[in-house]
Design a protein around this ligand. Structure first.
Ligand code: ADP
Length: 469
């Protein structure tokens, strides 16, 4: 499996742990390298310096002595040596003239044990040997001619003890690195688990959710971070879904309930027709009742279909710029023609062009006017006025009807809401869907609806419609 596939198929927790451990490892590598370089430098540098210093001092001494050949005493060259540095002077035949520490490994042993591949930090012009596999020895050499004879000055310095420290340090670093990686993996696992707990809770909750089984909610993590925001959003989404399902269930049960009455009435009258088909009056009455109930059902179904289309975003709106005063004029004119029971007044109708769907805007106006008619007893007054103010046109539809109580006012736009029928004027049969449809149309045209009402005095609906400029 390729690394990419492993990464893709791993859980987030494994990814976080892996990335965490890798970063930690990278950091350890940098620290190790720094320690390694630093220690190596500290190990070789002082040894080189003491050898160089000893060489230089011996060289100076030799050049002074040459000026005064009579005083030349080869043993004098021991004096300027830095403590720890061993000097050995050898001629080309291998005869040793000076040896400050005869117990020190011979040149032969040194050359046998000399490292062919000296450590990176060792100076190129010095030799280095690992004697008996333990003692690391540094050697510098210097040629000297005295009275025509060539001798070689060898300067030795042991760096074994420091090398041991270095080895111990490397072992300690490797141990600490392993320990660090284990701690990084354990800590990464723990941290990622803690971080991802709410996500696991979400996954489990999402798995358990089914239609009608949506009461579980994710416990909010105490920290106020992105995950608690996600958990909050998830819970809110569940609330909305639950609300939607509740509304849908209520809608279906309300719709069935509303349809049950007319179907029961129709069925009842059909029975009457079957039994008393000879009675002309009863026949006419039954047919009339069936027609009226069928009409109610048709109206209810049309409203239900409108809202169903609206809920599914399938309700088409062909928006265009049109003259609202024209539409108001037309609706009022038609109403005046058929209504004889109420006084219908159009007190003001300002010219204003709006952008919208003419058919549904007309439907919305009809809903308010029909309600005004339904809930105003005969002889009452229904007046309409439309007035442009700033960038809006305010359309007011007032009636002198039964009014709506303060308690019911916030509910009138709810689907199937109808004020208790005892308080209604006779014949005010409705579906409880008109104002929900009007509200949907208003919302989809940026229209704001406000209502003022007083029981027994009347109701005024005010529509604030944006004017198209
Ligand atoms: P309905 O088909 O019952 O008229 P609506 O959704 O149009 O349904 O109205 C909801 C309820 O609001 C009505 O049942 C009625 O109680 C109340 N209502 C609406 N308009 C008026 C009004 N102009 N005067 C008094 N009550 C009203």
């Amino acid at each position: 499996m390729r690394l990419n596939d492993v990464y893709k198929n791993s859980s987030i927790s494994a990814k976080i742990t892996g990335i965490y451990a890798l970063c930690f490892l990278a950091l350890l590598c940098v620290i190790n390298l720094a320690v390694w370089f630093g220690t190596s430098y500290a190990l070789y540098e002082p040894a080189e310096k003491t050898l160089e210093y000893s060489m230089k001092s011996v060289q100076d001494l030799l050049s002074n002595l040459e000026k005064d050949v009579a005083s030349f005493d080869p043993n004098k060259v021991r004096e300027p040596l830095v403590p720890g540095v061993v000097l050995r002077v050898v001629d080309d035949d291998g005869n040793i003239f000076i040896d400050t520490d005869p117990t020190y490994p011979s040149n032969k042993i040194f050359e046998e044990c000399e490292l062919k591949d000296p450590p990176h930090f060792a100076a190129d012009d010095f030799d280095i040997a690992l004697i008996d596999g333990r003692a690391l020895v540094y050697r510098a050499r210097m040629d000297y001619f005295h009275e025509g004879e060539h001798v070689t000055f060898y300067f030795f310095r042991t760096i074994t003890s420091m090398n041991h420290i270095f080895d111990d340090l490397i072992h300690l670093l490797i141990f600490l690195d392993l320990l660090g990686i284990i701690i990084a993996i354990v800590a990464g696992k723990f941290i990622s688990r803690t971080i991802l707990d709410p996500i696991t809770a979400m996954t489990n909750l999402a798995r358990s959710i089914a239609y009608g089984k949506m009461d579980g909610r994710i416990p909010l993590p105490p920290a106020n971070d992105e995950l608690s925001e996600l958990a909050k959003t998830f819970n809110e989404m569940l609330d909305r879904l639950q609300g939607g399902i509740n509304r849908q269930q209520k809608f279906v049960s309300d719709a069935s309930h509303e349809l049950r009455t007319p179907t029961a009435v129709i069925a009842g009258y059909i029975e009457v027709l079957e039994k008393y088909s000879d009675d002309k009056n009863l026949f006419n009455e039954s047919v009339e009742a069936i027609r009226s109930e069928a009409q109610n059902m048709k109206f209810l179904l049309e409203n239900l279909l409108f809202l169903a289309r609206a809920d599914q975003c399938r309700q088409k709106l062909n928006k265009e710029k049109f003259d609202l005063s024209n539409v108001i004029d037309d609706v009022m004119h038609k109403m005046k023609k058929v209504v004889t029971t109420h006084e219908i007044i159009l007190s003001r109708n300002d010219f204003a062009e709006i952008f919208g769907d003419v058919t549904t805007i007309r439907q919305m106006l009809r809903i308010f006017l029909d309600n005004a008619m339904k809930y105003t007893p005969s002889g009452g007054k229904i007046s309409v006025s439309s007035k442009v103010e700033g960038k809006n046109i305010f359309v007011e539809i007032s009636d002198t009807g039964i009014g709506i109580s303060e308690e019911n006012l916030p509910k009138i736009f709810n689907r199937f809401f109808r004020v208790d029928s005892d308080n209604l004027v006779r014949d005010a049969n409705g579906t409880g869907l008109g104002l929900s449809i009007a509200k949907w149309i208003a919302d989809n045209h940026g229209i704001k609806i406000s209502v003022k009402s007083e029981l027994g005095k009347g109701t005024t609906f005010i529509l604030k419609i944006p004017v198209e400029t």
